[in-house]
Each structure stands twice: as C-alpha cells, then as structure tokens.
Write a protein that binds this ligand. Structure first.
Ligand SMILES: [Mg+2]
Length: 270
C-alpha cells in the first residue's frame, strides 16, 4: 500500500481550498500559515481556489495577506472572478444578468459588461443573499429565451461559523429546474473549470499537483475531474453534519487531520 510520502513525493504544486481548509471563519487554522511557508521554502508552488460566491480574486488575495499568508495574487482564483471571465467570453453584446452577490456584479462591471435585468446574452447565477422573486423570474425568463447560463458553483449549503443556509447551487438549480435546462457552464468545484485556471496560472500540470480541501463533494471530486491528487483535511465540512452526501462525493487519495500535518506527511520536516 502506498504511504502518504509515496503519494506526495512527486507533487510540485499544491492548490488549497480556502474556507474550512486554510481558515475557519476569518481565522487561519492553527499551523496553516506555517504550512504554506514551509511548502514555499521547499520550492513547491502554492495556489488557492474557492467556490466562494462573493469575493473576487483580488479581494481574496488581500484577505490572505492580512491573515499572514504570502500567496501572490496570480495564484489566487475565486469562482466569482472565473465566472466573470467566462461571462465576458460569452456576452456578445456585453449584456449580462447577474443573479448573484454584489461582489459578482462588481466583477462583471469591472470587465466592462453591462449588468441588465432583461434581454441578456448571459445569465450568471450564484449565492445571492438579496434574492428576490423578481430577480429569480428574470433569470428564468432569460434562460428560457436561450441566454448562455453560467452557474458560479453547485454548493448545496452555505456554511459559516454562525449559520447554515442554502448555497449558490440551490439558486442555480432553482433556475435550471424552472427553465427545464441545465447550466451551460458550472465554474466552481466539483467542475474542473476553476482548478484548470488555477493550474494554468501556476504554470503546473495536474499530474504533479495536489488539491487540498475539506469537502468530498466539491474539492475531492474536482481534483479527480482534472487528474490531481486529492487530499482531504478534516477541519471543515467533512466534520460537520450537513445532511446526506450526494453521489458527487469522491473518496480522497489521502486524508489528514489538518493542513498543519501536511509538511510532515510530505516528508518536508527534517
Ligand atoms: Mg472548504
């Protein structure tokens, strides 16, 4: 049987999930900052990806810096930024309907797109705390009329330190169900779109890269989708009661209690 060291020996690039993996709430998980530094000192490339529906890559990069992580902006990829990039490439007339957060709407505007409520080229749907029946209806009508339909993620639940609520996927799925049509593109994990952009940004191959995350449904499945090693940590949703797992949950190649244990598992502590 392969040991952790066997599996991790050839890994040159580590891509970390953010919530539940590097931080819990706004607080870095004990040992996470040191793990990142140790991997970087050992010459490993390090990136961060998140399905988070309200932060763009620049905002997350800034937050990571405030929390003590030295990760360059180019190595930070959020589903918000990747969704806005995808909308830009699909919006022929530049008209986009945003059924998502203020952060997503800002990312769309920053790319020069017109955020409209009717007759869009593209509908982008994600976590929306200000969801109204009107906005939902506009999105459904646009998808029925054939707008390109992008889902930021398929997260079932939104989990933070104080509460559990429906995730971005609950809204994406509501629109898809009403319109009778699946999204044309899902950006966040378990889709491989976000990880593929992250690997591209890190100039790395999937075969020598490892995805580190706390969620079997999203992180581990996405790792498998792009052919990365899948490493589960037990500091996030894997330890939370979140209802019955869907079929999307994928088993990890390897599991450790926390990112704090990664340098030892990878043989980087001498
Ligand atoms: Mg997570």
């Amino acid at each position: 049987m392969s040991t952790a060291l066997d599996l991790l020996r050839d890994v040159r690039t580590y891509v970390f999930d953010y919530d539940g993996t590097l931080v819990r709430g706004a607080v870095p998980i004990a040992g996470a900052v040191e793990t990142i530094r140790r991997l970087q000192d050992a010459g490993r490339r390090v990136g961060v990806v998140t399905n988070n529906s309200y932060l763009d890559s620049a905002e997350l990069s800034q937050r990571l810096e405030q929390q003590g992580f030295a990760i360059p902006p180019v190595a930070v990829h959020t589903a918000v930024s990747a969704s806005a990039d995808a909308a830009l490439s699909r919006a022929g007339r530049g008209r986009v309907l945003c059924a998502g957060s203020a952060g997503l709407e800002r990312a769309l505007r920053e790319r020069g797109l017109h955020v409209v409520s009717e007759d869009p080229d593209v509908v982008v749907a994600g976590m929306d705390r200000a969801l109204s029946f009107e906005r939902l209806s506009n999105a459904v009508r646009a998808v029925l009329r054939g707008a390109y339909f992008i889902g930021v993620n398929l997260d079932r639940l939104f989990i933070d330190t104080n509460q559990i609520g429906p995730g971005g996927g609950a809204l994406v799925t509501a629109i898809a169900y009403a319109a009778g049509r699946e999204p044309d593109l899902i950006v966040g994990k378990p889709s491989g779109v976000l990880l593929t952009s992250a690997l591209h940004g890190l100039n790395s191959e999937s075969t020598t890269s490892c995805m580190v995350g706390d969620n079997p449904e999203t992180d581990m499945s996405a790792a498998r989708a792009v052919g990365m090693l899948a490493l589960l940590v037990r500091t996030g949703v894997a330890t939370t009661r979140t209802g019955q797992r869907t079929a999307a949950a994928a088993p990890p190649d390897l599991a450790i209690d926390s990112v704090a244990d990664l340098p030892a598992a990878a043989g980087l502590i001498f």
